[in-house]
Ligand binder design. Sequence first.
Ligand code: KG4
Ligand code: ZN
Length: 339
Amino acid sequence: MSVTILAIESSCDDTSAAVVRDGFLLSNLIANQDVHRQYGGVVPELASRAHQANIVPVVDTAIKQAGVKSDEIDAVAFTRGPGLLGSLLVGASFAKGFAVARKLPLIEVNHLHAHVMAHWISEHGAENRLPRFPFLCLLVSGGHTQILIIRDHRSIEQIGSTIDDAAGEAFDKCAKVMGLGYPGGPVIDRLAAEGDSAKFSFSKPVIKDLDYSFSGLKTSFLYFLRDRLKEDPDFVKNNLNHLAASLQRTIVEILMNKLIKAADSTGILEIGIAGGVAANSGLRKAVTREAEKRKWNIFLPAMRYTTDNAAMIAITGYYKYLSADFSDHDITPLARYNL
Ligand code: KG4
Ligand code: ZN
């Protein structure tokens, strides 16, 4: 019997809907919200209003593009959290309304779980190489930095985590200090391509076990710029590429040190990265380089599945559906929601 899942993601500033049938992605629509750009970050109130405006057309188009009829949908999956509460409420309310109206089961999805599950998205006409269990995954996004062991589609163990800022936050905050746009990660990645990554060095944290810290790097970057700007007011402008490349190298080295440590200590060779920062070209190169040295079987998600999207919610929902893991209709979103 065929299983078709409609999924909705609205945890931050992207409104997204996707349809998955039997583990294969049929459509994945994303409406980005440009309104935040002028504020240098996501404004929660504006985000929920934009979700309100976007959600109906995005879901409608996702269903049409998938080529399925509404009555062929077997369940509705939605992001329960973590994220901005006002944004989550829009997606959750829509999902509930759809499920109640059509008498369908509702499936709540943890956004972090979904980032990891993006590795299980299959597409018609694609190679569809899927990880085997146990799978070691570095989850790096705007709000989270974690090392996880995925034991099966529904069981995840966290073995490392940031004690303060996330890696994406380090990219975004340092980019803001340099007067670059939001989100800063992709801008730094682009600028770094033309820079000398050995030009400047910034302090790296000494943190125990498999945990991370990024707040010290942000402060050291800020003080470094402040001192240099005193000598040369055009320092940032004149060194933008080198600054971006050096910063990116430092963040990637911090991330890789603990990932290597995790791989060595667990003996797991099936390794991947997930989340928005998994789009970073420096990180992707570093993982590829280590894989050759260490015989890792690596999984780098397609770029479109690194940042927020409903395809990853749909695939997670699909596996939860197979285990009949459904939610009550009085379920509420959670701004904080640990794995
Ligand atoms: O997963 P995501 O879309 O949203 C969260 O769940 O947080 O991740 C967004 C984060 C932002 O911090 C953004 O700057 C970062 O991912 N990011 C990147 C790149 N593309 C997105 N960071 C570094 N290099 C990139 N190419
Ligand atoms: Zn995310």
